[in-house]
Design a protein around this ligand. Structure first.
Ligand SMILES: Nc1ncnc2c1ncn2[C@@H]1O[C@H](COP(=O)(O)OP(=O)(O)O)[C@@H](O)[C@H]1O
Ligand SMILES: CC(C)(COP(=O)(O)O)[C@@H](O)C(=O)NCCC(=O)O
Length: 419
């Protein structure tokens, strides 16, 4: 199974389950590089009595505590496809009959069941294609708004969602929900958007850069002949950027430039050594090229993010988007850049479900219809890992801790729905 989603070719186990489960609330984020898909499948439904005995065993009921409700337990599924292979996504939706699983609330008009929430540029670009091939109407949800909704949801509902990564050490950060805002959300997709988040649905896109994940993958493909993004990442893992990058020490004869705070090992000029050496691209190892490229782009994003955090006095910067890919070197480089430029004042934080912010936001937008006015709670479960006691956010969400979901394509959830 893939790290962040389920690869198309490896779905057998899930396919079997799908036919038994009731699937609902399919949502899509169709980006410049990848299509992200989220949907809920409920395997069982239990009454409020069951709930008292199990899920809310500590009695910390939400504001809907006295109301008649049922709990749907099931899974939130995460999948991704390459946008350039959109036909595979369409084939998958069709083979699983997911096109019928838009708004599945009992009171949804039959016609709405073919309306699927979608965000990202592809919700516009491919609207006709989805209509023609699947009979789906894509109900467009604003991309920035989806990213923010997805991030807020994860930070509030999923325990141990955010973590720092520095010098090879991953530290989960407990988020105090009363002290979550403001923060800077940096979504590193094909391009990069930087959003100042002040609350639920309160945000402003303050900056962006075209040097993002698409740049890394596009340039990397040209320079190394890699056939996949993961191959490029793997190469970078084995490379040494000092072979191509010009360091401060290379310019200053082995020493640093301490007067302005630059150690000799700081990169003075990414790819700078290539200008003075009589070498062709073929003379460099693909590993070293990939490493320099990853470092250049991660550093740049970290620096621009920090500058924007500084602009608005923000101390926390959350990085999302599929470029991050939970890749240690990428996260380390971004963290070091933020730490270096802010003199340790600002912190780079990463999200376990980094690539699915937009798709989750689109999924959450069903609240305005399918889950309308329903109290809901989400609990994240992971059978193989011991859980901590339920954790209440105060917003009607509930989740349990577990150590690591990085290899899963789904999260177990319980959704509380008012009857
Ligand atoms: N399997 C993959 N195929 C292509 N790009 C990938 C893959 N995994 C990670 N990436 C990286 O993630 C970026 C896309 O991130 P994403 O958040 O999905 O943005 P978008 O919404 O623009 O598609 C790519 O440009 C690339 O850098
Ligand atoms: C146009 C986009 C919002 C599209 O989102 P994406 O598919 O890259 O996730 C993004 O690529 C972006 O913010 N680009 C940077 C544009 C700029 O501010 O220069």
């Amino acid at each position: 199974m893939a790290r962040d989603g389920i690869e198309v070719g490896k779905l057998e186990e899930k396919e079997l389950k799908l036919s038994e489960d009731q699937v609902s609330h399919l949502a899509l984020d169709i980006g410049g590089s990848l299509i992200k898909m989220v949907y809920f499948s409920s395997s069982s439904s239990c009454s409020s009595d069951d709930q008292k005995n199990g899920f809310l065993r500590d009695g910390t009921s939400t504001s809907s505590g006295n109301l008649d409700y049922r709990v749907l337990s099931g899974r939130l599924h995460f999948l991704k496809f390459e946008t350039s292979k959109i036909s595979e996504c369409i084939k998958f939706i069709s083979s699983k009959r997911l096109q019928h699983y838009g708004d599945q609330s009992d009171d949804a008009p039959a016609s709405d069941k073919h309306v699927v929430k979608a965000t990202g540029g592809g919700a516009f670009k491919f609207a006709d294609l989805f209509k023609e091939k699947l009979g789906i109407i894509l109900d467009k949800v604003d991309e920035m708004s989806s990213l923010v909704t997805g991030a807020n949801f994860l930070l509030k509902a999923v325990h141990n969602e955010a973590f720092t990564y520095m010098d090879g050490v991953k530290d989960y950060v407990q988020i105090d929900h009363k002290d979550l805002y403001p923060y800077l959300l940096v979504n590193v997709g094909s391009g990069v958007s930087m959003i100042k988040v002040d609350g639920d649905n309160k945000f402003e896109r303050v900056s962006g850069t075209s040097v993002g994940g698409g740049t890394f993958w596009g340039l990397g493909k040209l320079l190394t002949k890699c056939k996949s993004f993961d191959e490029l990442l793997e190469l970078s893992h084995q490379g040494n950027n000092r072979v191509i990058d010009m360091l401060v020490g290379d310019i200053y004869g082995g020493t640093g430039y301490s007067k302005i705070g630059l150690p000799s090992t700081t990169i003075a000029s990414s790819f700078g050594k290539a200008i003075s050496e009589n070498k062709e691209l073929e003379d460099y190892r693909a590993e070293d090229v990939a490493r320099s490229l990853l470092r250049m782009i991660s550093n740049n994003i970290g620096q621009i993010a920090y500058l924007n955090a500084l602009r608005f006095g923000l101390k926390r910067i959350f990085f999302g988007g599929f470029f991050i890919r939970g890749h240690e070197y990428t996260m380390d480089t971004i963290s070091v850049a933020v730490h270096f430029w802010s003199n340790g004042e600002a912190k780079a934080l990463f999200l376990r479900h980094e690539g699915f912010l937009g798709a989750l936001g689109a999924f959450m937008s069903y609240e305005k219809k399918g889950f309308t006015h329903t109290a809901h709670q989400f609990t994240e479960q992971h059978s193989s890992v011991a859980k901590s006691p339920p954790f209440c956010t105060g917003d009607g969400f509930e989740s349990s801790t577990h150590a690591d979901v990085k290899d899963n394509g789904c999260i177990e959830f319980r959704v509380q729905v008012r009857n």
